[in-house]
Design a protein around this ligand. Sequence first.
Ligand SMILES: *Cc1c(COP(=O)(O)O)cnc(C)c1O
Length: 243
Amino acid sequence: MPAATAQEIQRVTQRLAQVRKRMAQAAQQVGRSPEEITLVAVSKTRPIQAIQAAYQAGQRDFGENRLEELWPKVEQAQGLGLTEIRWHLIGTIQSRKARMAVGPFALIHSVDRLKIARRLDRFAREAGWVAPVLLEVNVSGEETKHGFHPASVKAAMDELVRLEGLRIQGLMTMAPFVPDPEQTRPIFRALRQLRDELQAAYPDQEWRHLSMGMTNDFEVAIEEGATIVRIGTAIFGKRAEQA
Ligand SMILES: *Cc1c(COP(=O)(O)O)cnc(C)c1O
């Protein structure tokens, strides 16, 4: 397998530095420390060399949305000695593939319905694992988006907290793409408020993460309390489907 070229490494290093700088500025804007925010580099559709280039630039958290793509990359990364990667599963899990979500993953962001929570719980327990998860919430109510409706997450909590194969660590959302990212602010704010309500009602869960913000809107998300941003395009360039 060809290694990342010096040019690729240089380009990704520059882009990562830019993104980190913008993250820090957004955090400072609202008096937050940049260190409390994790940057997940979304490497879906990218070759392993892109991951390798970012790794050489110091990036360790990577996000993938399809299990069929994630698993081979886990193996390729290992083969290249990229042993410190923390993998994040950020895409919808199909019910019949839930077993594949049991693996060396740092965080599963996309538990978006009870059915998946139950299946993941079962497979995790069978494997002797406790899966760290976020609950994905469809705050905007767009039909094309996955996730619990805000009211349904509350209704599901009594059952969710009893699933011993899952460890709930917070909430995730995707805002609709809009030309003016400022318009996404109410969505991020609503996710934080929902987290605050759930935290008051279920204080024994960790609730430490709000995974929100992508290339188009991560600064607004950070201003509204994101602890994890998931960024692909600003680090790796446009994906083929966006070109
Ligand atoms: C693709 C994707 C991202 C990153 O999107 P960019 O606009 O490229 O930053 C973030 N989160 C999820 C769930 C994604 O599928």
